[in-house]
Design a protein around this ligand. Structure first.
Ligand SMILES: Cc1cc2nc3c(=O)[nH]c(=O)nc-3n(C[C@H](O)[C@H](O)[C@H](O)COP(=O)(O)O)c2cc1C
Length: 389
């Protein structure tokens, strides 16, 4: 199964990128994780100055993960004199994720990353807890938090980096830009980016230990950022919106835990996918299982990445042509009695009291609201949706 993808003349053996996180913390780790099959690996954010992480810095939450780590704890000098060269021993392209405090510094870091042998430059846009934690470590620094309304600083940064390097440039949008995704993407395109990654974590967020009353994250107020499954519906929509509007490669990232999530991102229009939290929670073998599962899915469905890419964009077009944009009439679903095990999960989940389970689930067509929750909730897939066939 051919899973190769191209990015501005660079071939990746498959579309899975390990996005910036602890598996990109140094050259040795990157070279090791390369053995778990991803198409490319990203460094943690490289900045001029190395900054330690607040502790504690990780927690799980329903459907997701929370962190308050900073960028790489190794500074730019070491990355460019040593770590990138070691990372390249892994034999997969290395994406140097870097952040300057202004466009000129970002351009300088990018130029040094190119000289050090990085294959791709990535520019992150916003880290929800960074400014507050940095201020706590360096009181009086008063670094302004990154702009979240005006894409102009992004435009200026990408333009400066574009002039400094010939490597492909990925702009990594934060999920915080979800309200104006297309404006930020346009700024990146106008300035010369080659691909957009959507998205970085969302925040600031918090979680509290109810025994101590303490925030679960370290730092002044215990703020952090969400990643993992909870992020996916938002980032998937952002990918869809970009693919609908622009002809630019989109890297879908946010809650990719299995090949199923990956397939959704391709269908929404992604050209590549990224995973971070899955590797944090399950180890680097998670990357291989996503790639292998994707290959198996494509084989068993006799299809290719190119064919599934943007399928949902085409399906949404179909809604227009078939007069399906708003179906407001309830249509009751069908219970496949041979599959129903009478487990009763659907009965309390039907807030319209339309389902009664005796030997099998029975749906009252008069009370049924047509919401489809029972279809979704049934573990046996014994209730069939009547919509959008
Ligand atoms: C522990 C952790 C550290 C991260 N560090 C960085 C980072 O240094 N730079 C960056 O651009 N994104 C960073 N991210 C964001 C991830 O690369 C990724 O974009 C985001 O978590 C969404 O994908 P996921 O749900 O697969 O984790 C980090 C995420 C986590 C969970």
């Amino acid at each position: 199964m051919d899973l190769t993808v191209q990015l501005k003349g660079l071939t990746l053996k498959n579309p899975l990128i390990v996005t910036a996180g602890e598996h990109g913390r140094d050259g040795e780790t990157i070279a090791k994780v390369a053995g778990f099959g991803p198409g490319a690996i990203t460094t943690k954010t490289i900045a001029g100055m190395a900054v330690p992480d607040p502790r504690p810095c990780y927690a799980t939450m329903r459907g997701g993960f929370m962190n308050c780590v900073m960028g790489a704890v190794i500074g730019a000098d070491q990355w460019f004199s040593r770590e990138i060269a070691i990372a390249k021993n892994g034999g997969v392209p290395v994406i140097a994720n870097l952040a300057g405090t202004n466009p000129a510094e970002a351009a300088d870091l990018a130029r040094r990353a190119e000289e050090a042998g990085a294959d791709i430059i990535e520019l992150p846009t916003h880290c929800p807890h960074f400014a507050e934690n940095l201020e706590a470590q360096f009181p009086g620094l008063q670094l302004p938090p990154p702009e979240i309304y005006d894409p102009e600083p992004l435009y200026q940064t990408v333009k400066a980096v574009r002039q400094a390097v010939s490597l492909p440039i990925i702009v990594k949008l934060s999920a915080i830009y979800h309200h104006a995704t297309l404006d930020w993407v346009k700024a990146g395109i106008d300035a010369g980016m080659d691909a957009v990654e959507v998205a970085d974590t969302l925040g600031p967020v918090m979680a509290i230990n109810i025994e101590t009353g303490q925030p679960k994250m370290g730092g002044p107020r215990g703020f952090g950022a969400i990643s993992g499954g909870a992020l996916k519906p938002l980032t998937l929509r952002m990918v869809f919106e970009i693919a609908q509007a622009y002809d630019i490669p989109v890297i879908g990232s946010g809650g990719i835990e299995s090949w199923r999530d990956a397939v959704e991102y391709f269908m929404a229009g992604a050209s590549m996918i990224g995973a971070c939290t899955a590797g944090h929670l399950r180890g680097p073998a998670a990357y291989r299982s996503i790639v292998d599962g994707l290959a198996k899915y494509l084989e068993s469905h006799h299809t290719t990445l190119a064919e599934i890419k943007g399928l949902t964009l085409r399906r949404v077009e179909e809604r227009k042509t078939k007069g399906w944009q708003e179906i407001t009439q309830p249509i009751p679903p069908t219970v496949i009695v041979e599959k129903c095990t009478a487990c009763k999960l659907c009965q309390p989940a039907c807030i319209y009291e339309a389902i009664k389970v005796e030997e099998t689930a029975v749906i009252d067509p008069v009370k049924c609201y047509g919401c489809n929750l029972c279809v979704d909730i049934c573990p046996q897939r014994a209730i069939e949706s009547p919509y959008y066939k």
